[in-house]
Design a protein around this ligand. Structure first.
Ligand SMILES: [Zn+2]
Length: 273
């Protein structure tokens, strides 16, 4: 399998979920072995685990005092669709949230198509199992011939306990994962707004639950856990290689996913020159 980049540049713009600011992003093709990276003014921030600066509400990457927030949905789409190399030029404090899912990113990538490059795709073959945990949250990675995810999410009613299991490849990602939206409870959203957070949040870009159920029609009965898988894949993009392993995630979030990716990254063999 060879590395790939986009055939041409893609552009997205719109409101940022957390800041409410109007943000623009252009995703440009990049040379083989360049990896995914963000260009923030004159600063280049590689999309790898070492550059994570915050995971409390979204995955924030940065260096030298500049940061970009809400990177996980765009990275999820690029990574799952097999884009190994791209420069993500950002104008604004975060990546536009669009409809709260990765659907527009994934369909734009599929429509634009990929160009094969003259270097082999970087793969991580796990040799032994790896487990990261935090209280009752856990992610375990086991050696496997391809990337497979089993995710158990457990939220307060009415979301409840949800399960997703599937092999992750670009087709399955488009059909089953990319369209799952960011979600929250109405009382949480109200509390965030009162604290000046989630300023760009609306019913157009997040799935909102009340005690009686969702305020909008669900795209799948287990849309919430599918979004957790979308986020997990976005955090895995920071590995800088495609992992061949089976992942079992229980109630995990950005922080644990980021620890997993850092731990997996130490197992990446540096390619010999
Ligand atoms: Zn998300």
């Amino acid at each position: 399998m060879m590395q790939t980049t986009l055939r041409e540049s893609l552009r997205f713009e719109g409101v940022g979920l957390h800041t409410g600011a109007h943000c623009r992003v252009e995703v440009r093709p990049a040379p083989a072995d360049a990896g995914l990276s963000f260009l923030l003014g004159s600063t280049r921030v590689p999309a790898t685990a070492e550059y994570v600066v915050d995971t409390s509400r979204a995955t924030v990457l940065g260096c030298d005092g500049v940061t970009v927030s809400t990177t996980e949905h765009l990275l999820s789409a690029l990574f799952a669709m097999g884009v190994a190399n791209a420069d993500i030029v950002v104008d604004g404090p975060e990546i536009p949230v669009r409809d709260g899912s990765a659907s527009e990113f994934a369909s734009a990538i599929a429509q634009c198509g990929l160009r094969e490059q003259s270097a082999e795709r970087r793969i991580l073959d796990l040799e032994e199992s790896l487990i990261v945990r935090d209280g009752d949250k856990l992610v375990a990675a086991f050696p496997a011939p391809s990337l497979r995810v089993r995710f158990i999410a457990d939220f307060a009613a009415p979301i409840g306990t949800q399960y997703y299991c599937g092999e992750i490849d670009s087709e399955r990602y488009v059909d089953e994962i990319a369209g799952a939206r960011t979600f929250g409870y109405l009382h949480e959203v109200q509390a965030l707004l009162a604290r000046g957070l989630a300023r760009g949040g609306s019913l157009e870009n997040a799935l909102v639950f009340t005690a009686d159920g969702p305020l909008q029609p669900l795209r799948w009965p287990n849309e919430a856990v599918r979004h957790k898988v979308l986020d997990l894949i976005g955090d895995l993009a920071l590995l800088g290689a495609w992992p061949r392993c089976e992942l079992i995630a229980i109630k995990s979030g950005h922080q644990l996913h980021s620890s997993l990716t850092s731990a997996l990254r130490t197992r990446l063999r540096v390619p010999s020159a």
